[in-house]
Design a protein around this ligand. Structure first.
Ligand code: PLP
Length: 400
């Protein structure tokens, strides 16, 4: 029979994808399911980006490219880091891959030996711990509760560091919590890292452009240049430019790390898609004004969702600084009983109940390493959000 490799033994198919598949099956059966599970903007890729891709095809840019990014895209990435983040990376200090997910994969494959530890604050994007495990590492999960703004604190970081710590992985704004680190939030953490020169810092800035209420996004290397020689700054076009399907992510970091990551990439994909790279050059170099409009639209939806959630007895939701997720506490419904007589023991029971009885698909906090919570992705129309929140509220009133 089939025997999977031990490296994937403890790694399952993403819970988020499982819920998505179940919701899709219910929809096919004719049930009016509203899916608030997907982690992608509902906007379309901007027209100028699509045109750039078509032009690249017509020019014949349909072959393998340079291993870890075309010179044009690497140049655009360096300019982006300079313009938007105030960091100077040289061309050989940036890399391009098939999504930020492959950047993470390349980086961990290239640096983790069996037993090496990676500190990951929870709630975290599920892939972080799974990728670390596939690479033979040990995810060290640190709970960061709503009262702490879902942010890691310096003393927690200090206590988690051991001689085996290879990386600390921070994500701001965060999937799933929407929490973001200001410069003042980052400073004490960076001071801890300065005292532990063997620990490297990986930052996932994927949601940089989706921040609200004047929040000032800042990335660690811009705050503390002394950490530049051991930081990997990850970003991508998926979320900001509504380009999830184009599969382009990029990163800046020290040359030796970038070179090691290229070794992995050379045997995994040879290079990112040529057409997607041409499109990404236009995304980074082209007009950026639509970002503001989309941000405003996301902010309206965030406000709608947060206030509707907080009006439901038993549910509490902090106001997230960014991304397009809310991570609401559902401790108040744990222990209650559904109309069918089933007891809600954990957040997964609550989200099952919402899917089955309210036909709303959301993801339990357990999928992100922190309970009892549930994540709503509000990257969908206001009309759908209103209807979904109405159903969630109504379903909660039926619990006893
Ligand atoms: N980082 C975070 C925090 C994400 O939420 C996601 C996607 O959900 C990614 C990275 C992956 O993005 P990409 O599409 O570039 O692989």
């Amino acid at each position: 029979g089939f025997r999977p490799a031990s490296r994937i033994a403890s790694v399952g198919v993403s819970k988020i994808l499982q819920i998505g598949a179940r919701a899709a099956a219910m929809k096919r059966d004719g049930l009016p399911v509203i899916v608030l599970g997907a982690g992608e903007p509902d906007f379309d890729t901007p027209d100028n980006v699509k045109e750039a891709a078509k032009a690249a095809i017509d020019r014949g840019e349909t072959k393998y490219t340079a291993l870890d990014g075309t010179p044009a895209l690497k140049t655009a990435v360096c300019e982006k880091f300079r313009r938007e983040n105030g960091i100077d990376y040289a061309l050989d200090e940036v890399t391009v891959a098939t999504g930020a997910k492959q950047i993470l994969f390349n980086a961990f494959m290239a640096t983790i030996d069996p037993g090496d530890e990676v500190i990951i604050p929870t709630p975290y994007w599920t892939s972080y711990s799974d990728i670390v495990e596939i690479c033979g590492g040990v995810p060290v999960l640190i709970p960061c509760d709503a009262e702490a703004g879902f942010r890691l604190k310096a003393d927690q970081l200090e206590r988690a560091i051991t001689p085996r710590t290879r990386w600390v992985l921070l994500n701001s704004p965060s999937n799933p919590s929407g929490a973001a680190y200001s410069e003042a939030d980052y400073r004490p953490l960076l001071d801890v890292l300065l005292r532990h020169p063997h620990v490297w810092l990986m930052v996932d800035d994927m949601y940089e452009h989706i921040v609200y209420d004047g929040f000032r996004f800042v990335t660690p290397v811009a705050i503390e240049p002394r950490l530049k020689s051991r930081t990997l700054t990850i970003n991508g076009v998926s979320k900001a430019y509504a380009m999830t399907g184009w599969r382009i992510g990029y990163a800046g970091g020290p040359k030796a790390l970038i070179r090691a990551m290229a070794v992995i990439q050379s045997q995994a994909t040879s290079c990112p898609s040529s057409v997607s790279q041409a499109a990404s050059v236009e995304a980074l170099n082209g007009p950026q004004d639509f970002l503001e409009e989309r941000r405003e639209s996301f902010r309206r939806r965030r406000d709608l969702v947060v206030s509707a959630l907080n009006a439901i007895p038993g549910i509490t939701c902090r106001v997230p600084e960014g991304a397009f997720y809310t991570f609401a506490g559902c401790g108040g419904v744990i222990g209650k009983t559904t109309p069918k007589g089933r007891r809600i023991e954990a957040d997964g029971d609550f989200t099952d109940y919402l899917l089955e009885e309210a036909h709303v698909a959301v993801v339990p906090g357990s999928a992100f390493g922190l309970s009892p919570f549930f994540r709503i992705s509000y990257a969908t129309s206001e009309a759908e959000l209103k209807e979904a929140l109405r159903r969630i509220a109504e379903a909660c009133t039926r619990l006893s």
